[in-house]
Design a protein around this ligand. Sequence first.
Ligand code: OTU
Length: 649
Amino acid sequence: MDQQMYSQMILEGVTSTIPRNQKKSRRWELFYNRLERKLAPLITLLYELYGSSVDFNEFLKDLVIEMWQGVKERPRYLINLDRKREEDPHWYTGQDIVGGIIYVDLFAGSLQGVIDHIPYFKELGINYIHLMPLYKTPIHENDGGYAVENYREVNPAIGTMDDLREAARKFNKNGISLVLDFILNHTSDQHDWAKRARHGDAYYENFYFIFDNRLEVDEYNRHLRDIFPESREGSFSYREDIRKWVWTTFNSYQWDLNYRNHEVFKAMAREMLFLANAGTEVLRFDAIAFVWKEKGTRCESLPKAHTVIKAFKAFAAIVAPAMEFKSEAIVHPDEVIQYVGKDECALSYNPLLMATSWEALATRDPKLLRQSIYHRYVLPEATSWVNYVRCHDDIGWTFDDGDAESLGINGYFHRKFLNEFYTGRFLGSFARGLPFQENEKTGDCRISGTCASLAGLEKGVVLQDEQEITFALNKITLLYGLIFTLGGIPLIYMGDEIGLLNDYAYSRDSAKHTDSRWVHRAQMDWEKAERRKLPGTIEERLFSRFRKMTEMRKSESAFSMGTVRIIDHEHDHILGFARHAELYAMIVLANFSDNVQTMTKNDLQLMGYGYIFRDILTDRIFQDEIVLEPWEIVWLKQELDYAGKLEIS
Ligand code: OTU
């Protein structure tokens, strides 16, 4: 039977079970229309995953009923948002969006506290806010919120589900998009499903990967890499209480869900709808590379991992079309891109840009960064990067070894150097970072630290070295300046705008001391933030630049997602690129060095870019040459020539 007919049959089957009065409602009409258009593609995807199960039809009907429940419960303002987004489906590609990420408790104590800080977001120009996992978790073993005990409950220390709904509504009223996490690869071992599985309930045992047999575990392990090697060798944990092995890709208390079981898909789809109806506009899909497992493979980025996400997307498109997915796949660049698509994740973190920016800062040479923008920046139509400088996680050096090789860089040794540099072990390094998940077997390591500490501000402040401080402020501005102009949604890890430094207190906390990422999950310091109002302070110098950058980004349509044209020139330390708007081009130049660099206007003229430029961040005019201070970034706009015409060829 073809999918369209099949879908019709399921639709009729479900319709006959819906009470007549419900079927007369406008909601039903809306839902039915969407189903007619969108159910068949969903079924095709699900068939690929679960078509061989005997109860496939029942499963589909259950899903449709879940969806109807979701549509009925969807608040009216979100139904309106659905309509608005359907009219403007690529809203997230615009230059008018600037994001921020926070941990609710660390930023403002509670959800009400976050609501109270809406003016601060507005002051900075932020209109997309990622509230990091705020669900109920165990008090100690929670992986910073990523070990969820209950997706429908907010961590009681920060508020309630009603507070979250209120925050979402207030965000909506203020034109701010709410971003939440969907932690779908695993639950906490304290989740009700895991508890039931531990008590021998076969239905829930099937939600996870639980093995009696060590041999089977070993067989899987042979092909897997260790993600958190400091916590354990291999991807499985032995549970004394049940005397069995459980698949745990991350920490031992994070149990991987078994998506080969359609009941898991159904249960998680239900949780997803719940979050959609709480007001989520963008759902961050955590650790998606791992969601599908097959023996004899490395169980990362398998084709069916994509099918699972596409199926979730097709499902959400029927109930909550306003909601987009953001991919969090911090993997090889070839794989990162596979998750990006309007029918999968319209948005994706850009770990390569993040890593190569820091790489260029350490080497003072942007060639790898330039190459990664040149070869790996383009995305499919109607999708966008989410660019970031720092987040709550570590920095991993995820560039491709072949790319590096072609520039004469040996990947293995270069990563070693970068790790030495950012942990401050390298002589003369400006960075103050810590190693994360150092793997003695492979020599692998990642880096923790706040943006400011890694960029040299901590060193400058400790040594009271004014030049180091100035350079650090320039470096921070440079890194953020890139993500504000390259196209895609820039994300500010809140605290970076005032230069929050590493917080070493985590090492004295028994629940945190083994995870160095806590060093950069510092509490927002509101007293420090107040100093943004005092001219000349570090906070004011930095904050005012962030403000200027958000303002300028939003005002220039050239900075929306689109083509980036790399500018070729002969200055080793300068990265240059152009972004074209309809009538003019914006040219961004960044100096990756401790010295002043001068670029002749010839370099730009050769490419057809005018004579007179204005840096829109400082309003300086450049006529004969462009002089860049150490670590400076300029955003140049071509000025009108004296005859009043645009100087563009
Ligand atoms: C994500 O990160 C989260 O961002 C982390 O905070 C969590 O600890 C983790 O998942 C588990 O939920 O390894 O160092 O290659 O793609 O998913 C960060 C793995 C991580 C990454 C990423 C993971």
